[in-house]
Structure formats: structure tokens, C-alpha cells
Design a binder for this molecule. Structure first.
Ligand SMILES: CC(C)(COP(=O)(O)OP(=O)(O)OC[C@H]1O[C@@H](n2cnc3c(N)ncnc32)[C@H](O)[C@@H]1OP(=O)(O)O)[C@@H](O)C(=O)NCCC(=O)NCCS
Length: 170
């Protein structure tokens, strides 16, 4: 039994999600990114972790990502950001948000998911820096990871096109 559940973000959650993100990241950048993606209708998967009293204690967002390869565009998703309230960490909430969201992306028929973060955390969900190595974007490097839902779905050289809301972060 846990004293929290994962559910879709819904209207009315915006202020609490923004406060959570500002606290978790120590600044306004990620809250602004989430607001911009949400306002643009570019948040196909946005989940919150809610404590039993309704308080929002975690959030994750997956936005549309195009993998451009040889004139073809492959539909994928970018996981960003992920945050859990400091008082609620190390209980599996971050993992539940990631795993539920990844499952949603698979159900949407997407080819895979990328994330920029610490491989020590994200490898447990199947994210692999080697798979992302041939994928070019402003954040290419050892912290860019990819997970594909079928062998070869994302692999190989390509260019990642994030939603324009990410341009402020590049
Ligand atoms: C990263 C974060 C979402 C994890 O949330 P969480 O609910 O504590 O995650 P889980 O309970 O699923 O996993 C916790 C485990 O991950 C580990 N972990 C957390 N961040 C890690 C990191 N950057 N590198 C390696 N391990 C990490 C914890 O030590 C813990 O390990 P344990 O289970 O052996 O004790 C949370 O720490 C957070 O919000 N951090 C601030 C914002 C942030 O950095 N977000 C990620 C941006 S890429």
C-alpha cells in the first residue's frame, strides 16, 4: 500500500505543478517549460503523483519529439521534466511516474522516448546513452539517453526535433 497514486494531470493542477517544479529545480525554467508545452497542446502525457489528501507531490511530462532520418520523421516523445517533492523522495514515486508515462507512450504507438539526465537514475527504466549517441540535438552527449519500443525503432543516425518550447533551454 502506498499513500499516493499516479493520475493524469487535469485542469486545476497547474499552480501546484508549477510550485513543485520551482522547488525541485530551484528556479522557474522547468515550470515555464511545462506551462508552454501545456498551452501549446504539446503535453500528450502529463502525469501527477497525488498524496491521499490530494496534494500534488510529483509530476512528469512527455512532449512530442520527431526523429528525422533520411527525410523521414519518426514520432517519439521527450521525457522532461520529472520532479518529486523533496519530502516524498525515495519511495518509488519518480519510478512510478516514469514507468507509467513510458507505458502511455508505448500505447500511443510512439517509437520510443528520450531523456536528458543522469544515467545512474534513468538506466533502470531502459534508457541507454549508447542508443542516443547517434542522435543529434542541442543536448547531445553522455546525458542524453533513448529507449525504443521495438528493436531498431530509434537506432542509427538522426536528428531530434523537440517542441519549440525547448528552444529557451538550449
Ligand atoms: C530524481 C527524482 C525525480 C527522483 O524521485 P524519487 O521519487 O526519489 O525516485 P525513486 O523513489 O523512484 O528513486 C529513488 C532512487 O533514485 C536515486 N536517485 C535519485 N536521483 C538520482 C540521480 N541523479 N542519480 C542516481 N540516482 C538517483 C535515489 O538515490 C534513490 O535510490 P535508492 O532507491 O537506492 O534509495 C527526484 O530526486 C527529484 O525530483 N529531483 C530533483 C529534480 C530532478 O533532478 N529531476 C530529474 C531531472 S533529469
Amino acid at each position: 500500500m502506498t499513500d499516493w497514486t499516479i493520475r493524469d494531470e487535469r485542469p486545476g493542477d497547474e499552480v501546484a505543478v508549477a510550485a513543485l517544479l520551482r522547488d525541485a529545480f530551484g528556479g522557474p525554467g522547468e515550470a515555464a517549460l511545462v506551462a508552454a508545452l501545456r498551452d501549446a497542446g504539446a503535453a500528450p502525457v502529463s502525469l501527477v503523483a497525488a498524496a491521499d489528501d490530494g496534494t500534488i507531490v510529483g509530476h512528469v511530462l512527455f512532449s512530442p519529439l520527431a526523429v528525422e532520418r533520411g527525410g523521414v520523421e519518426i514520432a517519439a516523445a521527450a521525457l522532461a521534466p520529472l520532479a518529486v517533492d523533496a519530502a516524498w523522495r525515495r519511495r518509488g514515486i519518480g519510478a512510478a511516474l516514469c514507468e507509467t508515462g513510458i507505458g502511455r507512450c508505448r500505447d500511443l504507438g510512439l517509437a520510443g522516448v528520450t531523456v536528458l539526465g543522469d544515467p545512474a537514475y534513468y538506466r533502470r527504466f531502459g534508457f541507454d546513452p549508447a542508443l542516443a549517441a547517434p542522435l543529434l540535438c542541442p543536448w547531445s552527449g553522455p546525458h542524453l539517453m533513448a529507449l525504443e519500443f521495438a528493436p531498431g525503432a530509434l537506432g542509427g543516425a538522426g536528428r531530434l526535433r523537440y517542441h519549440t518550447a525547448f528552444e529557451d533551454l538550449a
